[in-house]
Design a protein around this ligand. Structure first.
Ligand SMILES: Cc1cc2nc3c(=O)[nH]c(=O)nc-3n(C[C@H](O)[C@H](O)[C@H](O)COP(=O)(O)OP(=O)(O)OC[C@H]3O[C@@H](n4cnc5c(N)ncnc54)[C@H](O)[C@@H]3O)c2cc1C
Length: 393
């Protein structure tokens, strides 16, 4: 593929740059509620300006651009320090794209525009206490009762459940079928009676995700995406988006973190860290790895445009990205030295680096653990034999 910009892309880049410069509200505030409100407003502003979901089809409120142009827009957003999609992550980056790809006309009509406008925040109800890596063993039951499913069970690690309007929910509709074949993908309105959300606090002090208890929640059959018992296939479409391109802004943000670390190394304690050959070398290695991952992202996006998803490329990206982020976090700790021991002590951008270091721990788990990605790469890319059935003891 050709990585240089065409004239048309350059013009698009200029237009995006000008819009972002004129509309950038700056970084999101700390604190869950303030941040969620801010992120919804930013999403609405992007939609108003025609910059939400730029590569989504025009009929759903996007600009219908190429995926490469979407990357250009994200690159410009990061370059300007404009906010991330935040709590709109699930809706804009994987639930919305799944509804667009697999949902029926009525579902696309009802849900896609409100996602892009920031009117509807979505969460993801896939994982359960006994079903994370082995997601297909999920037990949340959906029993058909006329025009509704009656859903009972428990979900966990449901990001943004406390603020979400809808949930992409995996349920078991046929308990007698082989485990991958008895699952369905439902759209659950979060204001349905019978849902209890209990926020969980993370290491960085925020409550990004929750436990979610479902007690006879009635969900219309019309909210089934794909066919009944075909939910595993639909979930793979969701994962294709989640592991493939949903980490693009993350990656760009990491490049900004490296630039900031270089500044910190050169300015703290008279540039003591910058004088250390080892630190300079490691900063260069991390910067080069992130550049390589950016090129790999372009490859994945280009493949997804041709084949509908990035295939195992998403797993390769996720695996390599989390390892690089681990190295970047460790490097930040070496540069900040004792100040890295407490969030409050780090001060200025040091605070961000400590917070990002803690957050990076989750990258080896979220959207499928590193070990699971290695299994996928081993089986689908290297053609190694399938793993033995893994059971926890
Ligand atoms: C920040 C964050 C946000 C998340 N957001 C959501 C969300 O919004 N919605 C949602 O549904 N879920 C979410 N998750 C959950 C996430 O998808 C699961 O945590 C993940 O799939 C792992 O499942 P588990 O936690 O049950 O771990 P387990 O599956 O119990 O795994 C425990 C350990 O065993 C290893 N292991 C398991 N199976 C194998 C195997 N076959 N081979 C080798 N090793 C194996 C794992 O790699 C891991 O190290 C989130 C997680 C995080 C960290």
């Amino acid at each position: 593929m050709d990585l240089s910009l065409t004239d048309e892309e350059r013009a698009f880049q200029q237009e995006a740059r000008e819009w972002i410069e004129a509309n950038n509200p700056g970084p999101a505030p700390h604190g869950d509620l303030e941040r969620f409100k801010f992120e919804r407003e930013w999403q609405a502003k992007m939609h108003e300006g025609g910059w939400a979901g730029v590569s989504w089809p025009k009929e759903y409120g996007g600009q219908g651009t190429t995926p490469s142009q979407e990357l250009i827009f994200l690159e410009e957003t990061e370059r300007a320090g404009a906010p991330y999609v935040g709590c709109n992550f699930v809706g804009t980056l994987h639930a919305g794209p799944t509804v667009a790809a697999v949902g029926n006309a009525e579902q696309r009509e009802r849900h896609l525009r409100p996602i892009l406008r920031g009117d509807h925040v979505w969460c993801q109800g896939f994982s359960e206490p006994e079903a994370g890596s082995d997601l297909a063993s999920l037990r949340t039951r959906a029993v058909r009762d006329g025009d509704h499913y009656v859903v009972t069970g428990q979900k966990i690690w449901t990001s943004h459940a406390q603020v979400a309007d809808f949930c992409e929910l995996l349920v078991r509709t046929d308990p007698d079928a082989p485990k991958h074949r008895g699952i369905s993908w439902l759209i659950m309105p979060m204001d349905s009676p019978g849902i209890e959300v209990r926020p969980l606090k993370t290491l960085t002090g925020v409550s990004e995700f929750s436990e979610m208890f479902l007690d006879e929640v009635r969900i219309p059959v019309a909210n089934l995406v794909g066919d009944e018992n075909d939910g595993w296939r639909v979930a793979m479409v969701t994962f294709g988006f989640e592991r493939g391109t949903a980490f693009v802004s993350e990656l760009l943000r990491s490049q900004v973190l490296v630039e900031d670390l270089v500044r910190l190394a050169a300015s703290r304690d008279g540039g003591a860290a910058w004088a250390d050959d080892g630190i300079r070398r490691d900063l260069t290695i991390v910067a080069a790895e992130l550049d390589a991952l950016w090129a790999y992202t372009k490859r994945n996006v280009s493949r997804a445009a041709r084949h509908g998803n990035a295939g195992a490329g998403g797993s390769i990206f996720k695996l390599a990205y989390h390892e690089t982020r681990e190295r970047l976090g460790a490097l930040a700790m070496r540069i900040l030295e004792r100040d890295a021991l407490a969030l409050d002590e780090a001060g200025g951008s040091g605070f961000d680096h400590v917070e990002e270091r803690l957050y990076a721990l989750s990258l080896s788990i979220a959207a499928g653990t590193a070990q699971i990605q290695k299994n996928i790469v081993a089986e689908r890319v290297l053609g190694l034999p399938k793993e033995r059935q893994w059971t926890s003891s």
